[in-house]
Design a protein around this ligand. Structure first.
Ligand code: 13P
Ligand code: SF4
Length: 304
């Protein structure tokens, strides 16, 4: 074990801390974490852990979600500039205006959103349970879905419901193109193409399976196929390879890298535990409203 990792482990014990990492984190961070997962799995983990401190290796909205679900714990984000451009594409004021234009509509926000937006929403969802969340809503009610238009279109198609969408998008997933999938299919004709619902529609239309990151891990493990083309952030390939040493995984595009996810380093995790920084908190009046939308999300598990 390297000196750096030893120091982190020691401080983790002293602080009674747990390290959570998203599947897009750099490989060494995923290897260090106590729990690695998708947004839904990490939210569930954050709400259940009995640690005093959660070190969140991911981006701001994930640490905020943990702070909303576990207000008695200290939630640390090792890099304060690790944000999510998609989450920043709508704020609470813009959502309030949209709600005024559609009185009576229920609001579903993707977990990739600020605490303020969650507080203005009725339900939260992740890419793993978005279909089930929308299906759980009364059929005769209008539904606003923010901020990801691409996940929104996927949910609208699968549920047969006309959702009111917001033009947000993931700045990383839209860099993966139809051309990339065509080229990868030519190179690896026997491979299964797995794409994340945040990809644009032409890419999704060419994929064999549309899955959240944890669903990709489960599907790859179960599949009899030996080769996979992965149309999402390339960090997931670390876990895919580690969990399936007998299978091969190829990124659909080398551009599928989220610069914010890659801002977390082992050194920053150490400093985070040493200096108890950067603490993420949510004002109580916002937290109380946001937790309702998150509680509804955590209850709706994806159907396998
Ligand atoms: P999931 O891991 O929930 O599929 O999320 C994708 C994502 O873009 C997180 O920022
Ligand atoms: Fe946001 Fe996309 Fe990065 Fe996820 S991969 S944090 S949605 S920019």
């Amino acid at each position: 074990m390297s000196k750096l990792i030893e120091k982190i482990e020691e401080l983790k014990r002293q602080r009674n801390a747990v390290i959570l990492a998203h599947n897009y984190q750099p490989g060494e961070i995923q290897d260090l974490a106590d729990f690695t997962g998708d947004s839904l799995g990490l939210s569930i983990q954050a709400s259940k852990t009995d640690a005093d401190v959660i070190v969140f290796c991911g981006v701001l909205f994930m640490a905020e979600t943990a702070a909303i679900l576990s207000p008695e714990k200290t939630v640390l984000l090792p890099e304060k500039e690790a944000g999510c451009p998609m989450a920043d594409m709508i704020d609470a004021e813009q959502l309030r205006e949209l709600k005024q234009q559609h009185p009576g509509a229920l609001v579903v926000c993707y977990v990739n959103s600020s605490a303020g937006v969650k507080a203005e929403s009725d339900y939260c969802c992740t890419s793993a349970n978005a279909i089930e969340v929308v299906e759980s809503m009364p059929k005769d009610t209008e539904v606003i879905f923010v901020p990801d238009q691409h996940l929104g279109r996927f949910v609208a198609e699968r549920t047969g419901r006309a959702l009111i969408l917001w033009p947000g998008y993931c700045t990383t997933h839209v860099l993966i193109t139809e051309e990339d999938i065509k080229n990868a299919r030519q190179k690896y004709p026997d491979a299964i193409v797995m794409a994340h619902p945040e990809c644009n529609e032409p890419v999704k239309a060419m994929a064999d399976e549309l899955l959240s990151t944890d669903q990709m891990l489960k599907s790859a493990a179960k599949s009899r196929a030996k080769r996979f083309i992965i149309a999402t952030e390339t960090g997931i390939i670390h876990s895919l390879k580690k969990q399936n040493p007998d299978k091969e995984f190829f990124p659909a595009s080398d551009r599928g890298i989220c610069p914010n996810m890659k801002k977390i380093t082992l050194e920053k995790v150490l400093w985070s535990l040493e200096d108890m920084q950067y603490e993420i908190t949510v004002p109580e009046e916002i937290r109380i409203k946001a937790v309702k939308a998150l509680d509804r999300m955590v209850e709706v598990l994806p159907t396998e």
